[in-house]
Design a protein around this ligand. Structure first.
Ligand code: SF4
Ligand code: SF4
Length: 134
């Protein structure tokens, strides 16, 4: 299942327009950049208005594949193979999912959902292609 998710890219100039127009979706983070708040859906939350009003075009729609246990079509978990070279990339990007086991290999927790866990970013960051969806 795919859902549309807004994303803020790094050229945010901290004007607060998106936060004002769509406070359920946007907030300012510690670096004074707008960031997206986790929501089950972003429809009917003025995201298109925030995109239009942003003075630097910092907000885009993206699509994310949702791998949820209750979605019978796509029950998948991230798996790490023995090629892991202990670089810490996945553990840094997604510490709720990846940890080092007693053999100093990264391992992924089995969760009901990997929504918002940045697994695809971990797969892309792994220098030895040790992570995959299975
Ligand atoms: S409208 Fe654009 S520039 Fe202004 S806070 Fe939001 S993302 Fe940043
Ligand atoms: S990113 Fe890859 S090599 Fe690095 S710790 Fe994770 S699985 Fe291991």
């Amino acid at each position: 299942m795919k859902i549309r998710i807004p994303k803020v890219i790094n050229n945010c100039v901290w004007c607060w327009a998106c936060v004002s127009i769509s406070p359920d979706v946007f907030e300012m983070n510690m670096d004074w950049l707008s960031q997206v708040i986790e929501n089950k859906s972003y429809e009917d939350k003025n995201v298109d208005d925030a995109i239009k009003i942003c003075p630097v075009n910092a907000i885009k729609w993206t699509e994310m594949e949702i791998w949820a246990k209750d979605d019978s079509k796509c029950i998948k978990n991230p798996k790490v193979n023995n090629n892991c070279i202990w670089c810490w990339a996945c553990v840094s990007i997604s510490p709720d999912v990846f940890f080092f086991n007693e053999n100093w290999l990264s391992e992924a927790l089995i969760l009901d959902s990997y929504e918002w866990k940045n697994i695809d970013d971990c797969i892309a960051a792994c220098p030895v292609s040790a992570i995959s969806w299975e």
